[in-house]
Design a protein around this ligand. Structure first.
Ligand SMILES: [Zn+2]
Length: 123
């Protein structure tokens, strides 16, 4: 890393408040959007769930498409199962990246913050 190049980190003090959980961290643990490691992991995890949801919807669409338009014979049904499984897997990966991108873009403030002595809202 070059020392004379201005870095985005230079704009911040050593200790920065994460915009997601409102906890103060050393700035080395935060990224450009001021998300700490834990909040990024949580966002990844959340995006993973959306990804699987999207993957299964995509898989259902694929099944409908194969069923209606291709009309597979029972001889190669195993191959279609493999195709659908692959479609779900790839769809979930693609949707996970999209979901993560959306979460990053929306960049909701203080979403991981725990309000002091307030009842935790059940999701
Ligand atoms: Zn955080």
């Amino acid at each position: 890393m070059k020392e004379d190049r201005p870095n985005w980190r230079d704009r911040y003090p050593d200790e920065v408040t994460c915009v997601r959980c409102l906890e103060v961290h050393d700035q080395m643990y935060l990224d450009r959007l001021l998300w700490c490691d834990r909040c990024r992991a949580l966002a990844r995890n959340r995006a993973g769930w959306w990804g699987w949801l999207g993957g299964w919807i995509f898989g259902a669409g694929l099944v409908a498409y194969i069923w209606i338009f291709i009309r597979p014979t029972s001889l190669v049904i195993g191959g279609w199962f493999g195709t659908v499984a692959m479609g779900i897997w790839l769809g979930s990966k693609a949707c996970r990246e999209i979901a993560y991108g959306v979460i990053r873009f929306v960049n909701a403030r203080a979403i991981e913050a725990v309000p002091p002595k307030a009842d935790a809202p059940s999701e």
